[in-house]
Design a protein around this ligand. Structure first.
Ligand code: ADP
Ligand code: MG
Length: 623
């Protein structure tokens, strides 16, 4: 290894985000000591998983040792803790890229999250920057690595302050590797971390976090570098392969924490072995909290796909519907081919069948949760309901089942209702499921358009998720009952507007003429009781709130004129009907229209005119 003698160290700076993160990690109060070990073992196990996959097509990569394993060497004399894996390893460029220079998207997001006071150490793994947790216990870290199939070994080294050095590894460092491939992470332990040099502490931590990792973890005496076998510190069998009856709730929880890098409890755990035409095992969880990137358009589903215990992909597209992207866990099937690319696997019909199985099972589990544990279910709904509703237009074949677990606000009370409960409460002659859609439930409850429904004791659902405006136009009905917006077109309410006094009918005609540039029509309303006017959308075209949503999300240019409805019983309308054209008729008419615009959350057409008219009216009021 003469080349090592004249190898040179190149020094590079951390990206600004990483440097800031390291600063926080190193100075963080010493609370969850052991998270660093969980993160390092998780990286080591990932590295083994990756090589296991690559070796399917290139068996030479593992011919020196086909058994994957992780060794841990505490050394109290040198005050080092070394974690060695014989996984895929990293070449020079990967060491530089993965451990430092490229600003990882997760770093910025993590910083953002911490502003809210969240504990950085609890979050670090979730944001894909778990490696840096090493600086909780170490004041210097050396990563020695050799990529499987390569002959060069590289060393990355940093005190975790401003930058790191990268150079060829020394012979001694290379000797720390387990055979001809993989990585050794050498932690130079600082005072706060000395307990992690004790066998007992390490064993306990490994058992808690990594018992079920499918790679053997061996605890070794310090001088035993790489050669000896060490003592097994974990069970090393994939948890999901066990029969359900043999897994304890604690094991499920720790497995969940391992895959999510979290510290919370799963809201729902589903573990089953499907047999029949297609066999697979699934161990899935619904988390308690929404992940930071649930609505990030780039987020992919995150259930891992294994084929006969070989990890194929952490985020296999097509395995889980995008609207179930909150699911975590693993799926393992012997019925998928191992030797085709991930890309072609994505379109494999077996994968689609597994997806259907997962979807049914999870929706069924949610239905049960809703029955047996309402608070738990509502916790799910408030976190993930709006994602799940994407399925209403995305997956026609699961629509009925999705609807069963959908919850909406309604005028029936403050809380949520299901559609089935709504239908039970429908009036005998009521044909439609009425809804109003907008941003804020509280202000929707006082919308003029629902006055007539409340007066007739007809319940109206309140839709406040943007996604509602996307599924509604496609779905149209539930159990044969059409969804009907109370802000669009004829509302089907009983009540004859023909009975309105002649003067009000004439008023409608006068207003139609006066306001024709701004409204499509002026009509006598049967949906108003307290308010003088309201706007609705014409029968054909886009509903009121929908238009707004479209404008925001799909640069929709169409601008449809609303219909102005007037309340024939309202004194203001009656008075206006009596007024001649001379008595400030136009000002009053335009003020009425502006009122209707404001309550709809739309801008008034001309704020200057509005203010002037309003001032005149107030002057009169005060004189
Ligand atoms: P994450 O594991 O979420 O990607 P980390 O900060 O834990 O984030 O690790 C960063 C990256 O460094 C990993 O994605 C991997 O590419 C690389 N890496 C870390 N440890 C190892 C290792 N033991 N073997 C191979 N690659 C590793
Ligand atoms: Mg990691």
């Amino acid at each position: 290894m003469t080349s090592n003698l004249n190898s040179q160290t190149e020094t590079l700076n951390f990206s600004a985000d990483v440097a800031r993160l390291l600063n926080i990690v190193a100075g963080a109060p010493f609370t969850i000591h052991d998270v660093f070990l969980r993160e390092l073992i998780s990286n080591a196990a990932d590295a083994c998983d990756r090589l296991r996959y690559d070796a399917i097509n290139d068996p030479a990569l593992t011919k020196d040792n086909p058994n994957f394993r992780i060794h841990i060497y505490p050394d109290t004399d040198a005050r080092t803790l070394t974690v060695v894996d014989n996984g895929i390893g990293m070449d020079r460029a990967e060491l530089v890229e993965n451990l430092g220079t490229i600003a990882k998207s997760g770093t910025a997001a993590l910083m953002e999250n911490m502003k809210g006071g969240a504990d950085p150490l609890k979050l670090i793994g979730q944001f894909g920057v778990g490696f840096y947790a090493a600086y909780m216990v170490a004041d210097k870290v050396t990563a020695v690595s050799r990529k499987a199939g390569s002959k060069e070994t590289w060393a990355w080294e940093s005190d975790g302050r401003t930058g790191f050095g990268i150079r060829e590894a020394t012979a001694e460092e290379t000797g720390k590797l387990d055979g001809a491939r993989g990585t050794a992470i050498i932690l130079h332990i600082k005072d706060e971390g000395v307990e992690f040099l004790l066998d007992e502490k390490i064993r306990q931590t490994v058992q808690q976090y990594s018992d079920h990792i499918d790679v053997k973890i061996l605890l070794n005496p310090p001088r035993d570098t790489g050669k000896g076998e060490g003592r097994p510190a974990n069970e090393a069998s994939a948890l999901w392969t066990h029969p359900k009856s043999e897994v304890t709730p604690e094991q499920y929880r720790e497995f969940y924490r391992h895959i999510t890098h979290g510290f919370d409890e799963p809201l729902l755990t589903a573990h089953w072995h499907a047999e029949g035409a297609i066999a697979y095992t699934a161990l899935l969880f619904i988390p308690m909290m929404r992940p930071w990137d649930l609505y990030d358009p780039g987020r992919k589903q995150s259930v891992k796909l294994y084929v006969r215990r070989v990890l194929i992909s952490e985020r296999m597209e097509g395995l889980v519907y995008p609207w179930m992207r909150f699911l975590r866990g693993v799926v393992d099937s012997p019925d998928l081919p191992l030797n085709i690319s991930r890309e072609s696997l994505q379109y494999n019909p077996v994968l689609a069948k597994i997806r259907t199985g997962i979807t049914r099972r999870v929706l069924g589990g949610l239905e049960k949760l809703a029955k047996n544990d309402e608070p738990g279910f509502l916790a799910f709904w408030s976190q993930f309901g709006s994602a799940l509703k994407e399925g209403l237009y995305d997956a026609h074949e699961h629509r009925e089942q999705i609807f069963k677990v959908c919850r909406f606000f309604s005028t029936n009370g403050e809380g949520y209702t299901s559609l089935d409960e709504y239908i039970e409460r429908m009036k005998p002659d009521q044909e439609a499921i009425y809804y109003i859609s907008g941003e804020n439930a509280q202000s929707l409850r006082t919308s003029p358009q629902i006055e007539g429904f409340s007066a007739r004791r007809i319940e109206v659902l309140i839709f406040t998720d943007t996604i509602d405006d996307f599924w509604l136009p496609q779905v149209r009905e539930y159990k044969g009952k059409p969804f009907k917006s109370v802000t669009q077109g004829d509302n089907g309410l009983a009540g004859n507007t023909e009975d309105a006094p002649e003067s009000v009918k004439e008023l409608a005609a006068r207003l139609r003429d006066l306001l024709k540039a701004d409204v499509a029509d002026v009509r006598i309303s049967n949906r108003l009781t307290d308010s003088p006017v309201c706007l609705i959308a014409p029968e054909t075209g886009v509903d009121m709130h929908m238009e707004r949503v479209l404008k925001i999300h799909q640069d929709y240019a169409g601008e449809s004129k609303p219909v102005l409805e007037i309340n024939p019983e309202h004194t203001l309308v009656r008075k206006l009907a009596e007024a001649g054209n001379e008595n400030d008729f136009e000002d009053s008419a335009r003020l009425l229209l502006d009122q209707a615009m404001i309550i709809q959350g739309r801008p008034v057409k001309n704020p200057g005119d509005f203010v002037r008219r309003m001032s005149v009216a107030m002057e009169r009021l005060l004189s």
